[in-house]
Design a protein around this ligand. Structure first.
Ligand SMILES: Nc1ncnc2c1ncn2[C@@H]1O[C@H](COP(=O)(O)OP(=O)(O)OP(=O)(O)O)[C@@H](O)[C@H]1O
Length: 335
């Protein structure tokens, strides 16, 4: 349905002076496909490029290089009107914090009507009926329509934001950390709602989170980002169950599931600057397996069964995470 092909995004560095040519390499050579009805999880630490990738997928950010293909057509070669109308309605977005994503002065009824009005969908009566249908889809009672966002709980606000994202019957929802601003008690409800909607509506979804355990629960496939690069990608069971990249292993150990006994990997070295990324593997400075071979060039793509891909010179090959077996090294300590 949508494919990123060799996408690079470089921003002008904020810290540079007026005439500085310094660039932040927010995304480097990202290739990723989301098929109809599939949930792709995107994980990585803060600043690794998750939101940039979300902005590229939703057409809010034009790549510096590379292509965004929507049903095989280059998004940025489409006429502006087609891009805004057809692509704009095919992709819905849910942001992290519903308190800031929803206009506090508009009642829910108007918030849900806005996209239908802007895209001139159906008659006035049909739009009213759609608004009620949307509310029902996300499990909110009818009286919510008269409420202002400030009169709702965080979980209810996020349900309204999800309903708004669904208004134009999108094929794809991009959800950027949709539960991290919510109370722990309602996170599971919102996650279950997203899974339920995917099943009922056949939606594709890109779910972005720094928490690989949450993503593992939801996603069909996972892509792991590190300093703007996708370093591992594959079926969720392969990436989270038998990671090949040491960084994925470290992410998994940071939020161990209750059933696993892997020791925690605490990464110690510095994260390289995104303004001046190293020529080799960007994880070298924190990796306990790194040697000279890792610094020469960014590791080529290696593939395993089921479309499992990784970029690492010393991948984990045993089929099980090494955490719990490797003792602490200068680049890694355990806690
Ligand atoms: N408009 C911009 N101008 C300059 N640099 C930017 C801009 N937007 C993002 N960046 C930089 O690009 C890199 C990737 O940022 P991005 O927001 O995509 O990461 P992220 O993984 O979503 O982080 P977080 O989880 O903290 O939101 C970071 O180094 C960030 O500082």
């Amino acid at each position: 349905m949508i494919k990123l092909d060799g996408v690079h995004v470089r921003h002008k560095a904020r810290s540079g002076g007026l005439f500085s040519r310094d660039a932040v390499h927010a995304l480097t050579d990202a290739t990723l496909e989301v098929k109809r009805g599939e949930i792709v999880g995107l994980v990585g630490e803060s600043g690794c490029g998750k939101s940039t990738l979300a902005r590229v997928l939703t057409g809010l950010q034009r790549p510096t290089e590379g292509e965004v293909l929507f049903h095989g057509r280059n998004l940025w070669n489409l006429p502006g009107g087609e891009r805004r109308n057809d692509f704009g309605s095919a992709v819905g977005v849910v942001f992290q914090d519903p308190s800031t994503a929803l206009n506090p002065r508009l009642p829910v009824r108007q918030i849900l009507r806005d996209p239908l009005d802007v895209h001139r969908r159906g008659t006035r009566e049909a739009r009213e009926a759609r608004v009620e249908e949307l509310l029902d889809l996300v499990g909110l009672p009818g009286h919510t329509l008269a409420a202002l966002p400030g009169q709702l709980s965080g979980g209810q606000r996020q349900r309204v934001a999800i309903a708004r994202a669904l208004a134009l019957e999108p094929e794809l929802i991009v959800a950027d950390e949709p539960t991290s601003a919510l109370d722990v008690s309602v996170r599971a409800q919102v996650l279950n709602l997203l899974v339920d909607l995917r099943e009922r509506l056949g939606l594709g979804m890109v779910f972005i989170s720094h928490d690989i355990q949450t993503v593992r629960y939801l996603a069909d496939r996972i892509a792991v980002l590190y300093l703007g690069r996708i370093v591992e990608e594959g079926r969720a069971a392969d990436v989270a169950g038998a990671p090949s990249h040491p960084y994925t292993e470290a992410l998994l150990s940071a939020t161990p599931s209750l059933l696993e006994t892997t020791e925690r990997i605490v990464l110690t070295g510095p994260v390289p600057s995104a303004t001046n990324p190293p020529p080799g593997c960007p994880f070298t400075t924190r990796c306990w397996k790194a040697d000279d071979a890792c610094s020469a060039a960014f590791p080529a793509e290696t593939s395993g069964p089921g479309g499992h891909l990784w970029h690492c010179v010393h991948p984990q090959t045993s089929g099980a995470p090494s955490g719990g077996r490797i003792s602490a090294t200068p680049a890694r300590s355990t806690a």
